[in-house]
Design a protein around this ligand. Structure first.
Ligand SMILES: Cc1ncc(COP(=O)(O)O)c(C=O)c1O
Length: 368
């Protein structure tokens, strides 16, 4: 049996007619950059999240970067985030002109550890970016409380957490703004690059709208130095179609995670993902931990099962962030996790037989 890590084609076939019709409408209207299809998706996604505003942008990295710029964060400022994330979280901070400051993660959820957050705050700190890693919201209440105490903005990196809940609240709606990626493999994925910022703050939404469009509130009237960070019309149209299926797809991911959990329970050597009582985890990734992960990955690969590592190098150990002068041991929980993470195949259309096969291979590996 072959089990791919991700299977976008199978999902596409289930919505092919609607997607083709939506793309055709954009072509007929020649509304390719921004425009009515993006506006419609912005309305749809704001309603889905329960936010007042949604601003569609080019990708998730743009979403975080433009939100930081909109908040007035820049040179000389520090922004706190976790070292266990995709590099884009830190890149956005860097491209805003600020410095990323890392806070180690909780050993079970692998999200930012609120218990040690306060130690990282300095007079230069302006914002905190909790990342809802793998689709499980970070423990937001203590983070929001600490941020409030120190007058810091909280920007959520919800790029992996479309539809995830924290104590019933939608990921992306608890801080001043939430940033989403619609990269094709995400729980809500475009047919190319796309992203969005959701917020209840009208002023921030307006600023991001202007920044994503060359700083022009009105065509060719450039009030600030902006950028081209618009969303494509085709992406907006496709995303509106796909959004209608998101809840169902997230439920399917959750059912798949449950099946993995049941079948892998008690396998010694494997640590399963922990879903907190406060969370509705949407399993963008199903990442287990295994000290023998490289051998396990090779074993699975030989048996037709594709896996991934998210992420092999915590950000403070990357060459890109060597200038921050961290060393091995600076964030020990993140470092250990990075050496053990292995993501198993996870997508809504994954079948029960495929999950059984993957688990059987893992059990074989660990019984040797
Ligand atoms: C946690 C996280 N932050 C930011 C991003 C950046 O999103 P994009 O690839 O759309 O720029 C991603 C996705 O790739 C992500 O997973």
């Amino acid at each position: 049996m072959r089990v791919p890590f991700l299977d976008l084609k199978t999902q596409y076939l289930t919505i092919k007619d609607d997607v083709k019709r939506a793309i055709d409408e954009v072509c007929e209207a020649t509304a390719f950059a921004g425009g009515p299809f993006v506006e419609r998706f912005e309305k749809d996604f704001a309603a889905f999240c329960g936010s007042k505003y949604c601003v569609g942008v080019g990708n998730g990295t743009d979403a975080i970067w433009l939100a930081l710029l909109g908040l007035g964060i820049g040179e000389g400022d520090e922004v706190i985030t976790a070292p266990s994330t995709f590099v884009a979280t830190a890149e956005a901070i860097s491209f805003a002109g600020a410095d990323p400051v890392f806070v180690d993660i909780e050993p079970d959820t692998c999200n930012m550890n609120p218990k040690i957050l306060e130690y990282a705050i300095t007079p230069r700190t302006k914002a905190v970016i909790p990342v809802h890693l793998f689709g499980q919201p970070a423990d937001m209440d203590p983070i929001l409380e600490i941020a409030k105490k120190h007058n810091l903005a909280v920007l959520e990196d919800a790029c992996q957490a479309h539809g995830a809940l924290y104590k019933g609240r939608q990921a992306g709606t608890m801080g001043i703004a939430g940033c989403f990626s619609f990269y094709p493999g995400k729980n809500l994925g475009a047919f190319g690059e796309a992203g969005a910022v959701v917020t209840d703050n009208e002023e921030l939404a307006k600023k991001i709208k202007v920044l994503r469009d060359h700083g022009q509130p009105q065509k060719y009237h450039h009030d600030v130095i902006g950028w081209n960070g618009r969303m494509d019309g085709i992406q907006g149209a496709v995303l509106s179609v796909k959004l209608r299926h998101l809840d169902k797809w997230n439920e399917a991911r959750r059912a798949n995670a449950k099946k993995y959990n049941q079948l892998l329970a008690g396998v010694s050597g494997i640590r399963l993902p922990v879903e907190k009582d406060y969370a509705r985890h949407v399993y963008h990734l199903y990442a287990v931990r295994d000290p023998k992960r490289n051998a396990l990955m090779a074993y699975l690969n030989d048996r037709g099962v594709a896996t991934g590592i998210h992420y092999p190098v915590p950000l403070h150990m990357t060459k890109a962030y060597a200038y921050l002068n961290h060393k091995t041991g600076s964030f020990p929980v993140a470092e250990l996790a990075a050496s053990e993470f292995v993501s198993l195949p996870m997508y809504p259309e994954l079948t029960g037989e495929q999950i059984e096969y993957v688990c059987q291979c893992i059990k074989e590996f660990h019984s040797k």
